[in-house]
Design a protein around this ligand. Structure first.
Ligand SMILES: [Zn+2]
Length: 744
């Protein structure tokens, strides 16, 4: 760069610096300055050494939900939090339905004999992989049983895969289906439900090297990908129907609670299921006859895959122990100094399939350093203005269980008092930041990342932007997208299920955020997801753990200390508009009704010059969302006006406490207004009308409306569109009321 140009740009930077850095969304200038100083102090507290020490404690032993070790860790967290200075530290007990493996065996009995190993072998150099407490292969919520039957290869185990088998004359009724985990990704519980619906006797699910093994790169101990023997455990709970304890759908499993019989529980699977390493799947696959598998069904093993027929037969026996077991949620708080009855909730699950190096212990270690810093602040007399509540969930891996039960227990309080929930599950499997937020908090999250430093030296915001651009240009490393839906935004505002935010968003109607650093990670839910893996591949210097503690705490402190809550409803509106447009672009019968705009010369003919009416399909088989689009426009205008009025009010400083309270309570109500009491048809527990998840866990925007459109149930679709329109109008009215109270 030429010196003159450099000098000119530096001048510009100097000139812009105060405007860019002195104001934080939701804060007056004076309080922004105070907040920035406080955040600088906060960021100094977490250290990589402490992150590593905590991570070692949580990864020392396997700690699956319901185990003695996991319960000891609940006590450990409670004791630590008390020492750190957290208040009202409580261990909440829930008695929930759970399963544990008693004995499992799999043998191939034809065309040759092979006995499944069903366990993971030790890795040289990784002492933990010798631990005798490591479980064998099992899937949570599998039923017990025994079957001898032919084995059929059903690719990913999604409905379209069985259609293809049918076309090839293959019926899976009474047979064992062998499916692989990804390609494309779908939640294993959905694979189990699909196999159950198809009448299969059992489902085996294996990790193909193409998805997370040697076809991706070097495997453990030489690289981050899954080795020959790694087994992805997991639960198959149908928690896309209703999460939590299957026997208490919609209410908390406090000891003694009313329970429905397990046979009536829609989220309890009725099929045997078992996970396999590719080592154990290989003999089955390479001996199969039948038609050659289509090209995209071919995996990474060095032979041609076949669909299977009668040639390969296996004997599978699974004995599970079922019944009630206690799960423990630990909750602690720092009471707010000024507005203790407004809550910011933070949470991470504690239970792991084995050691949980990444999932969830990287998050747990980050949480413990974050709470240490919050405790330090409290000891120095620096309480947040609002209350910060921190929770260690249990049984997330089983069915989002602990968070669901706690959320159901305190739903009324949370609907009154909660500002937002910030989830951290897998804090760190690599350097690439992935931030999720309901659309109204996306700008706030992006702004927060500008004030943090990535280990690369860039701001976290810039590092995030680079990740997002890389992913946009084609490198899809995960099931998630790294970028926002509208314009230049970075935050991922499409929020599916699969972690503990679910009860807060979909049942309680709270804004949620999710934070994580991602990278190449092929040992998910296996014994090799451990301390060794983290120290060699995931985050060897614990710098990203440290950054997570900083980010999580700073985000919480901004929500807890803001004068006016930093919601951006104009951004919410533009996201909703995008969701509706996407629905229309995927379904020709959905029209956004430009034809119905106020009469003018342009609207009497369509783009081809023909009258609109001739273009429009029969109304009984279409859905016109023009009213909804107009309602979104009005909501956006109201949101923009509110943004401007709030910014004006903040920059003037000197806020009237009564007005502030009215504004904040009004803004807190917006997310609650997206709930429909009746929920998604067929899944009444899921009440949010903008956010939902498919059975695969994939995000599903406008869930009830979209599902009705996909079923071509037009009366239902129209009813759901009216519910959407009504909710948007309610929120527009709410924002307009807030606006007028500001301008009086
Ligand atoms: Zn997890």
């Amino acid at each position: 760069m030429k010196p003159a140009l450099y000098a000119f740009i530096s001048l510009l930077l100097v000139y812009q610096a105060p405007a860019q850095h002195s104001l934080i969304l939701g804060f007056t200038p004076e309080h922004s300055a105070r907040q920035i100083a406080l955040e600088a102090e906060f960021k100094r507290i977490p250290t990589p050494e402490e992150e590593k020490r905590q991570h070692r404690i949580f990864t020392q032993e396997p700690h699956v939900a319901g185990s003695k070790r996991n319960n000891e860790l609940a006590n450990y967290i409670a004791d630590e939090w008390k020492k750190q200075g957290l208040e009202d530290v409580t261990i909440h007990r829930y008695d929930v339905y759970g399963t544990n493996p008693k004995s499992v065996s799999l043998e191939m009995i034809a065309p040759t004999h092979y006995e499944g190993l069903l366990k993971e072998t030790p890795i040289p150099g990784d002492e933990d992989s010798n631990n005798r407490a490591i479980s064998g292969a099992w899937l949570g919520m599998s039923i017990s049983g025994e079957v001898t039957a032919p084995v059929i290869y059903a690719h990913s185990g999604n409905p379209e895969d069985y259609d293809l088998l049918r076309k090839n004359g293959i019926d899976v009724k009474g047979k064992i289906v062998l499916v692989r985990y990804s390609n494309p990704y779908s939640y294993r519980g959905f694979k189990a439900l699909t196999a159950q619906r198809e009448g299969a006797a059992a489902m085996l699910v294996y990790s193909d090297p193409q998805e997370d093994g040697y076809k991706k790169g070097k495997v453990v101990p030489d690289g981050p990908w899954g080795p020959e023997y790694h087994i992805q455990r997991g639960a198959i709970t149908y928690d896309f129907m209703v999460p939590g304890d299957p026997q208490t759908p919609g209410w908390a499993s406090v000891p003694g609670a009313k329970r429905i019989p397990i046979e009536q529980a829609v989220s309890a699977p009725k099929i045997m299921a078992l996970p396999l390493s590719w080592h154990d799947a290989k003999p089955l696959l390479e001996n199969m006859d039948g038609p050659a598998a289509p090209k995209d069904w071919q995996g990474g093993l060095p032979f041609e895959y076949h669909l299977g027929g009668e040639r390969v037969k296996a004997h599978l026996k699974i004995e599970m122990e079922n019944g009630l077991q206690p799960y423990y949620v630990v909750a602690g708080r720092i009471r707010g100094s000024e507005i203790p009855d407004e809550w910011v909730i933070l949470g991470n699950h504690r239970d792991a399939w084995v050691f949980g190096g990444v999932d969830p212990s990287s998050g747990t270690a980050s949480m413990m350093e974050m709470t240490r810093a919050l405790g330090e602040f409290k000891k120095q007399g620096m309480r947040p203005r609002r209350t910060i509540i921190v929770c260690s969930w249990d049984g997330e891996e089983v069915g989002l269980t602990g968070s669901t039960e706690w959320g159901e227990q305190f739903a009324d309080d949370l609907r009154q008092k909660a500002i937002a929930y910030i989830n951290v599950d897998e804090a760190t499997s690599g350097p690439n930041f992935h931030g999720q937020a309901v659309a109204s908090l996306a700008p706030m999250l992006e702004e927060t990342t500008r004030s943090l430093q990535d280990p690369s030296g860039k701001s976290l915001y810039d590092a995030w932007k680079e990740t997002a651009e890389r992913e946009k240009s084609g490198r899809q490393s995960t099931q998630f997208s790294a970028s926002g839906v509208v314009g230049e935004s970075l935050a991922d505002t499409r929020i599916g299920s699969g972690s503990d935010h679910t009860v807060f968003l979909n049942f309680i109607g709270m804004p949620v955020l999710g934070l994580g650093f991602e990278g190449d990670y092929g040992v998910y839910h296996s014994a090799y997801d451990d301390f060794f893996w983290m120290n060699h591949f995931g985050d060897p210097g614990y710098k990203y753990h440290t950054l997570m503690s900083q980010l999580w705490g700073v985000t919480a402190l901004r929500l807890a200390n803001a004068d006016l809550l930093p919601f951006d409803f104009a951004t919410y509106a533009s996201n909703i508009r995008q969701f509706v447009r996407e629905l229309a672009s995927h379904n020709r019968s959905v029209i956004l009704g430009e034809a119905k705009a106020p009469a003018s010369a342009e609207t009497t003919t369509g783009p081809s010059g023909r009258p609109r009416d001739a273009l429009a399909p029969d109304r009984s088989s279409t859905l016109d969302l023009s009213l909804e689009m107009r309602a979104i426009d009005d909501f956006e205008s109201a949101g923009k006006q509110l943004n401007e009025s709030l910014a004006r009010k903040l920059s003037a400083g000197n806020l009237d406490p009564q007005l502030t309270a009215r504004l904040n309570h009004g803004m807190m109500q917006v997310e609650r207004n997206w709930l429909n009491r009746d929920g998604i048809p067929g899944r009444p527990w899921f009440k949010h009308i903008l956010y939902g998840a498919r059975y695969t866990y994939a995000h599903l925007e406008l869930p009830a409306l979209t599902e009705a459109v996909e079923k071509q149930d037009w009366p239902l679709a129209r009813q759901q569109a009216e519910i959407l329109e009504h909710a948007i109008k309610t929120n527009t009215q709410l924002l307009n009321d807030l606006n007028s109270s500001l301008n009086h």
